[in-house]
Design a binder for this molecule. Structure first.
Ligand code: HC1
Length: 567
């Protein structure tokens, strides 16, 4: 197909969109409602282009090229139209009515500001338009500020197309159109899984996490409290992006140093608790397998996934592992075993988590979790705290985690990427079942960013059928197949977010496939760099069992580390 773009000839062998064609020609067209991961929608019209012979401009994202087409991407008419559209979007977004930008959650990463610059907007000729809707603060995880919404529909589409959760919708028509939840009930009162994928998709500050930074600052300045922090596996491979580093930069030791500078009494690692989870979960699997227990076993560390299952597939509740997530196991051990060691009461201890995940904020308050964790910060919130404290993360002298709850294995580290929990569990299950040393630690078949992966793993003559699923839309597909008898599996890892926790709703923005792959490589690099790569070989875990828990699945373990779910 021969197409002229801005008077130059190009050849394409497929009927692609004008937007894709211009990308291949290295011409950038501004977009707002378009997102690589979603079906093109064509609502914002910012990508409008002129086509020779056509009376009206056409949106490049939803218009296909045809042979002989002549396209003008930045003609006078196109530029003028884009400017007017953008002025209207900005007026409806409330940016020009006061100094919102300075206090906005997206200050510094605002897509709308970037696009306005690309389009050359220098004035706003229309007065601000207010739809007068209140903020939605009904959720423990996510805040919606409708005043900043430009109705690009990306959050609605992410929630339905990718996550198949469908709790966001468009209400009304014309200038009264707005994004809302069923019957305007608010995100905390519908079946939202708190995954926060909508936040990653939002080009403005209309969606952000429920901040807990103020509570953490207050705890840090309260001298009567012993304040400890745990950092999730996926935070260390992403936080440097907030300071301008390339995705995939590992900043573990800088982050540890920064946390100490903030004033935490001890800096610990969720990876330690991930090792503990493996001890419990691998043994739970073995027990179910040997005793004809409920299979397939579903992992339970992703709280967005757990909530999705509770709402949509309660018939599978018994398949969920009874293990609490590493975040919660950490809190339970910190407030018992570790508080006892220190000789302080659990009331005087404050446990803060730094997570790539917005659903962890909800998980923390689940009544079954008994206050194991006090506050949850996202990766983005921690970066904001570092900046507020004047900590130059990339250049701060590097430091190590504290002991004993900061000691971890490579198996704990890989929890942060899709497939990691399964691989970590297999490393331990193999050695527990066979009593032999596992020679090849890397289970390549369970790695990679694909949404659904399956593998057959041979352990002692038994062929185990496992699957790894990330993204809730994929989870729905796999659950339907299991339900219809189309899949026979023994162990399935489910993660709510595409890519696993590295793609969590609390991670730096943007988070796209290219960035996910770099964060994933970094996660496996962390694993390879560690002297111990199996959870059951972690010396701090061995001591914990010896001194306190006795053995996996013991009465004490059940009391502190296991839970039940809502059907
Ligand atoms: Fe995760 Fe987990 S891996 S859920 O993705 O099991 O959030 O990183 O901390 O709890 O360890 C998140 C990440 C995280 C837990 C662990």
């Amino acid at each position: 197909m021969k197409v002229k773009i801005n008077n130059r000839e190009y050849e394409f062998d497929q009927e692609i969109s004008i937007l894709d064609a211009t990308k291949k020609a290295h011409i950038k067209i501004p977009t707002l409602c378009y997102s690589e991961k979603l079906e093109p929608f064509g609502s914002c019209r910012l990508c409008s282009v002129e086509i020779k012979g056509e009376r009206t401009l056409k949106p490049a994202c939803v218009t296909k090229i045809t042979d002989g087409m002549e396209i003008f991407t930045h003609s006078q008419r196109v530029r003028k139209t884009r400017k007017t559209i953008m002025e209207l979007i900005i007026a409806s977004h409330g940016i020009n009515c006061n100094l919102n930008c300075l206090t906005c959650s997206k200050s510094g990463s605002c897509e709308i500001k970037e696009v306005a610059e690309e389009i050359g907007v220098t004035e706003i000729r229309v007065p601000p338009i207010s739809i007068g809707l209140p903020e939605d603060r009904s959720s423990y995880s996510i805040v919606r500020e409708p005043q900043k919404c430009i109705v690009c529909n990306r959050c609605v589409r992410k929630c339905s197309e990718v996550q198949s959760v469908n709790i966001l919708t468009i209400a009304n028509r014309g200038p009264d159109t707005y994004v809302t939840t069923f019957m305007d009930k608010g995100m905390g009162n519908v079946d939202c899984t708190n995954c926060g994928q909508c936040i990653l998709e939002c080009p403005t500050g209309a969606l952000h996490e429920v901040y807990q930074m103020d509570q953490v600052w207050a705890a840090l300045s309260d001298e009567s409290k012993y304040v400890i922090v745990q950092t999730a596996p996926a935070v260390r491979v992403a936080i440097a992006e907030e300071f301008g580093a390339e995705p995939g930069k590992i900043a573990t030791k800088q982050m540890v140093a920064g946390l100490r500078l903030l004033g935490f009494d001890k800096v610990f690692d969720t990876n330690f608790a991930a090792d503990l989870t493996i001890m419990e979960e691998a043994n739970e699997f073995i027990e179910r397998f040997k005793n004809n227990g409920k299979l397939p076993l579903f992992t339970s560390c992703s709280p967005g996934w757990v909530k999705f299952l509770e709402h949509n597939y309660p018939e599978f509740i018994d398949n969920l592992s009874s293990c609490k997530s590493p975040q919660q196991m950490f809190g339970a051990i910190a407030k018992t075993y570790y508080a006892n060691k220190l000789g302080i009461s659990k009331e005087d201890m404050v446990v803060v988590s730094v997570m790539p995940c917005t659903a962890k904020k909800f998980e923390r308050v689940r009544p079954e979790m008994k206050g194991d964790v006090d506050y949850v910060l996202t990766t983005r919130e921690l970066a904001k705290m570092f900046k507020l404290a004047g900590i130059d993360l990339l250049n701060v002298p590097q430091e190590e985690y504290d002991e004993p709850l900061g000691i971890s294995s490579g198996a704990g580290a890989i929890f942060g990427a899709t497939g990691g929990v399964m691989e970590a569990a297999l490393r331990t299950a193999y050695e527990v079942i066979t009593g032999k040393e596992l020679e090849k630690l890397d289970f390549e078949a369970v790695r990679g960013i694909e949404g659904i992966k399956e593998a057959t793993v041979e352990i002692d003559g038994i062929n185990l059928k496992v699957a790894i699923v990330n993204g809730l839309g994929n989870a729905r597909k796999v659950l339907e197949m299991i339900k219809n008898g189309e899949k026979e599996l023994q162990f399935v890892e489910f993660m709510a977010c595409p890519g696993g926790c590295i793609g969590g709703g609390g991670q730096p923005i943007p988070t796209n496939n290219e960035i996910l792959l770099k964060r994933m490589q970094a996660i496996y690099e962390v694993d390879r760099s560690l002297p111990i790569r199996k959870s059951h070989e972690n010396p701090a875990i061995k001591t914990l069992y010896k001194e306190f828990l006795e053995e996996p699945l013991s009465e004490k373990s059940h009391e502190l580390l296991h839970t039940t779910y809502l059907a």
